[in-house]
Design a protein around this ligand. Structure first.
Ligand code: DAH
Length: 340
């Protein structure tokens, strides 16, 4: 087999190296043109059959050829590696100037927000916040509030009774209102005492305007010489702060077992502005065309309640009130179904 021409071997090798389009192709070119079994390797092997002078000449040229090809190979490899790195950078490019993904922000629940607003108004009047247990005894929830054992408010239809440890039902209830906090607060502190008591209450009731759990805010003010005038002034102030400054308010005689006299307080309907009318000559659905909305129960604390907590009704007088937070929130935010 004739020995390949060295110049042609080098030329073919350089072309293959220059033509290699990527690092894999370059490795193949190296294998084909620089390995032992390449044409160059063959020329090198042929040296053994030459005389000394010819072997020395050709040997030098073979070494030169190998050095040349290796230099070209290294240069091309550097080029291809740079190209590969550049392509990777391009593919993994991150635009740090893009705005981040902002997670959706939470918001305070309308009931919590309304509770806070109510409480804040009374804090501004010098009231202190007191909380009581949601599982309450029959005595605090009913008896100490002058609610007799046969009073309809205790009936199984409203009240969620709790079995006590010994399996007896009837001693413990989920409180049906926040009024028992009046009793607990008065037992703990002497008069004068101005308290606002927000919290969850429970009744066995469920429809578009009632949920089994809802929220009330109770409040009361006991001191010497508290009159119905204080009740009217404080509650009018409160209602005008929570709804609007020129809101019309009316006080109707009513009955609660723990207050005497008692009142229910109505506000001018905040949906129809007291007109009783809706669009197209229809009646306002929220106030049932009356122009008024019942919003608070209140009254002068019954002397009997003072006796239960050890206050002297000859020395101390006071008023109390209670309201539903969901109802106020629904009116403020225009929500017509409590379940929303
Ligand atoms: N506890 C009453 C209820 O849940 C609301 C209430 C009425 C509270 C009159 C009071 C009050 O403090 O004086 O319906």
């Amino acid at each position: 087999m004739p020995t390949p021409d060295l110049d042609a071997v080098v030329a073919a090798g350089r072309r293959a190296i220059a033509d290699a389009a990527d690092l894999d192709a370059l490795r193949e070119a190296e294998q084909a043109h620089l390995a032992r079994r390449s044409p160059l390797g063959e020329v090198q092997r042929s040296l053994g059959g030459l005389d000394e002078q010819a072997r020395r000449d050709l040997g030098r040229r073979v070494n030169q050829a190998r050095t040349t090809l290796q230099a070209e190979l290294a240069a091309r490899r550097a080029e291809l590696e740079a190209e590969r790195d550049q392509a990777l950078l391009e593919a993994e490019r991150v635009d740090v100037t893009l705005p981040g993904r902002v997670p959706p922000r939470g918001a305070v629940h309308p009931v919590t927000r309304t509770t806070d607003e109510i409480v804040d108004i009374f804090i501004g009047l010098g009231y202190r916040v007191v909380e009581g247990p949601e599982v309450e005894t029959d005595w605090y929830n009913f008896q100490a509030l002058n609610i007799a054992p046969d009073h309809p408010a205790r009936s199984m239809q409203d009240t969620l009774y709790i079995e006590s440890g010994d399996g007896r039902a009837g001693e413990l209830v989920l409180r049906t209102h926040t009024s028992p906090v009046q009793i607990r607060a008065m037992q703990e502190h002497g008069a004068p005492l101005y308290v606002i008591a927000p919290g969850r209450v429970y009744r066995s009731d469920s429809d578009a305007t009632h949920t089994p759990m809802f929220h009330q805010v109770e409040g009361f003010m006991v001191d010497s010489d508290i009159s119905f005038g204080h009740l009217k002034g404080v509650l009018t102030h409160f209602l005008q702060r929570i709804f609007r400054n020129d809101l019309a308010v009316r006080f109707r005689p009513s009955f609660f077992p723990f207050t005497e006299p008692s009142a229910e307080i109505d506000i001018q309907c905040v949906i129809c502005n007291g007109s009783g009318k809706a669009a197209e000559g229809r009646g306002c659905r929220v106030c049932k065309a009356s122009g008024w909305l019942e919003i608070l129960g209140a009254g002068m604390i019954d002397p009997q309640v003072f006796k239960f907590v050890g206050y002297d009704p000859e020395q101390i007088s006071g008023f109390a009130f209670g309201m539903g937070v969901e109802r106020i929130a629904m009116l403020k935010y225009g929500i017509d179904d409590i379940r929303l």
